[in-house]
Design a protein around this ligand. Structure first.
Ligand SMILES: *Cc1c(COP(=O)(O)O)cnc(C)c1O
Length: 328
């Protein structure tokens, strides 16, 4: 029996469906499986990315409940913060961002865009952004505003819901193109994207495998958190209590020296995809995930006849904050 998710309300801000494209020159160069790409870097909303899909459900929730301000948190080059700032501007809401660490004065990449989009910036200093954010919420409330806290990475049941829907979108594209995909590979961090895709694969009967390349956390951690989120999301969508723990595959071989620290893996992936296909990746997430995919291809993880889809989750504005590291 086909499953019928009961989707909550969403606003329309993403340019959907995002394009599904072949990567013939990269495939040929690597001599491995046939590579495809799902362009969630092209979801619109101030240079796009995977958070734009999540924000369609999160912003709808904020508006429905009468909120007038979005608050969220992240790293200084957070794509999530930049897309949240853009969504707030689009709907005439205020926006406050809590960024990790001490104040950075050089305005480049996402940080520049946060400012252009009119977001108010706070720096969490020695605290973590989630420790700091409640103070910002209380301050805003004391000023008579009604702030809405968007979780880290937009990863709660509403954010994950957007990737259940995204899986449905991909399945429609695959069926229109009469295409079968054996593997879907993507960057995974707070787990919302992976939770949604894995649940979506179950709902829409995608038969291939899904592999998240962890950007910043041990596989076990990410897997159990994402699996719990998928279960919570399944309940929220009226699908009953689904346990999909066994369907979560995470590879944490590419963490390198940590979050946001560029190595030869990311450098090679970024320049290769740019020069073979004219597609821009990013230094923190998709550069790492594509670097992992390239490495897996070289290890012979796939056969030539297989098709592998790289789900591009965005992030290219951060390239401009990494100039000297990229060309090193
Ligand atoms: C946030 C982000 C991710 C990770 O998505 P999660 O849902 O947090 O796992 C991947 N790629 C880019 C470019 C991102 O900004």
């Amino acid at each position: 029996m086909p499953m019928n998710p009961n989707y909550p309300e969403r606003v329309s801000i993403a340019h959907l469906p995002s394009p599904l494209e072949a990567l013939p020159r990269l495939s040929k160069y690597l001599g491995g499986p046939e590579l495809w790409i799902k362009r969630d870097d092209q979801t619109g909303l101030a240079l796009g990315g995977n958070k734009t899909r999540k924000l369609e459900f999160l912003v709808a929730d904020a508006l429905r409940n009468g909120h007038d301000h979005l608050v969220t948190m992240g790293a200084p080059q957070s794509n999530h913060c930049r897309q949240t700032a853009a969504a707030a501007a689009h709907f005439g809401l205020g926006c406050s961002l809590v960024l990790r660490g001490s104040e950075q004065t050089e305005m480049s990449g996402n940080l520049l865009l946060d400012r252009l989009l009119g977001a108010h910036l706070y720096w969490s200093g020695d605290e973590t952004p989630p420790q700091f954010a409640p103070r910002v919420m209380r301050e805003l409330e004391a000023m008579g505003r009604k702030p809405y806290l968007v979780p880290y990475g937009g990863s709660n049941v509403l954010g994950a819901t957007s990737y259940v829907a995204a899986m449905g979108e991909l399945m429609r594209q695959l069926s229109a193109e009469n295409l079968n995909i054996d593997f879907i590979i993507f960057a995974s961090s707070s787990g919302g994207t992976q939770a949604g895709l894995v649940l979506g694969a179950h709902v829409y009967d995608f038969r291939g495998k899904l592999l998240g390349i962890s950007v910043d956390r041990p596989a076990g951690d990410l897997k159990s958190q994402a699996a719990a989120l998928a279960t919570a999301t399944s309940t929220h969508l009226g699908l009953g209590l689904l346990s999909l723990h066994d369907r979560f595959e995470v590879n944490d071989d590419y963490l390198g020296d940590g979050y946001g620290i560029l190595s030869e893996t990311e450098r090679e992936a970024i320049t290769l995809v740019a020069q073979k296909e004219g597609v821009l990746l990013d230094p923190v997430y998709t550069g790492r995930a594509m670097g992992g995919l390239i490495d897996l291809i070289r290890w012979g993880a796939f056969t030539r006849g297989q098709r592998v889809l790289f789900w591009h989750t965005g992030g290219s504005p951060a390239l401009f904050a990494y100039g000297s590291h990229l060309l090193a």
